[in-house]
Ligand binder design. Structure first.
Ligand code: GUN
Length: 278
């Protein structure tokens, strides 16, 4: 039985990338994104490769700066300040996580808030919390854009966000609240998760645990957004037991091909915004 809507992030991200490509083509000088990777975490390397590929697709100049994991905080700060002051650079992204000896908060807040394509700078986060115009982190913005594309009502709905990371859960909850949802945030210390998910009109799960959300935890007709990316052998799966949950859902994202590609498209959209702000 297929009466759920499949929220196709791959298709929508391609459409958005094509639109951005046309916008970027009008710009002179060309927009430039600088990605900084400290150390050689394999997952981070894969992520930045896909970011670079997307930049190439849409006609953005991308430069990757690979730094040794032994770099000092002072050296990294100097490197970021150099990029802040370089008028040919419009967006700066420091891939997370950073090695333990580097203070992530300090590093992220060294990036100019005008070049902060990730929307992680404390000024941009503050603006999001205050429901002001800002650069919104790419993954939550990708989720919102998918919901809007498929005309899914947010206003007045009960959204349950599972996971409270700085990258996804917290900004996701703020964004949904800014769109007039009633928002519940669940996390690792939530007792009886199911009691909350059963009340949800919209579930956004960003935890990193395969099969965390099973069919018995979902209300009939709920909208299910799966932000999880988990590698099981060669297979990539989300946090939701898709096969069993889909028949209860009114709409659901696949993994892969749901939220993942939207994140990259939104990063490029944020770069355009940064460019226009400079
Ligand atoms: N690590 C995992 N996701 C992200 C992201 O969206 N941006 C950055 N900078 N690092 C990440």
């Amino acid at each position: 039985m297929v009466d759920y809507m499949l929220l196709d992030g791959k298709m929508l991200s391609n459409k958005i990338k094509n639109e951005l490509k046309a916008e970027f083509a009008k710009l002179d000088p060309k927009p430039k994104l600088v990605v900084i990777l400290v150390g050689d975490d394999p997952a981070s390397k894969l992520y930045i490769q896909s970011k670079q590929k997307a930049c190439e697709e849409v006609g953005v100049i991308s430069e990757t700066i690979l730094l040794d994991s032994t770099i000092t905080e002072e050296q990294l700060v100097l490197e970021i300040e150099r990029l802040n002051n370089d008028p040919t650079v419009h967006g700066i992204l420091v891939q997370l996580p950073l090695p333990k000896h580097l203070n992530e908060t300090l590093i992220i807040n060294t990036i100019s808030d005008k070049k902060d394509v990730d929307g992680f700078h404390i000024y941009n986060k503050g603006r999001l919390i205050n429901n002001l115009e800002t650069i919104v982190p790419a993954t939550p913005l990708g989720v919102l854009t998918l919901l809007k594309e498929y005309n899914i009502e947010i206003k007045g709905k009960h959204a349950v966000v599972i996971g409270c990371s700085n990258i996804v859960g917290r900004p996701m909850a703020a964004l949904l609240l800014n769109h007039d949802a009633t928002v519940t945030i669940c996390h690792r210390y939530t007792e009886n998760l199911k009691q909350y998910t059963l009340m949800a009109d919209i579930i956004v799960c960003a935890v990193g645990k395969p099969n965390l959300i099973t069919a018995d935890m979902v209300k009939e007709g709920a909208v299910i957004i799966d932000v999880g990316i988990n590698r099981l052998g060669k297979k990539v799966v989300g946090d939701v037991d898709f096969e069993n949950v889909k028949d209860k859902a009114s709409a659901i994202t696949p993994v892969p091909g749901g939220v993942g590609p939207m994140t990259i498209a939104m990063l490029l959209s944020n770069l355009l915004k940064c460019y226009q702000n400079q």
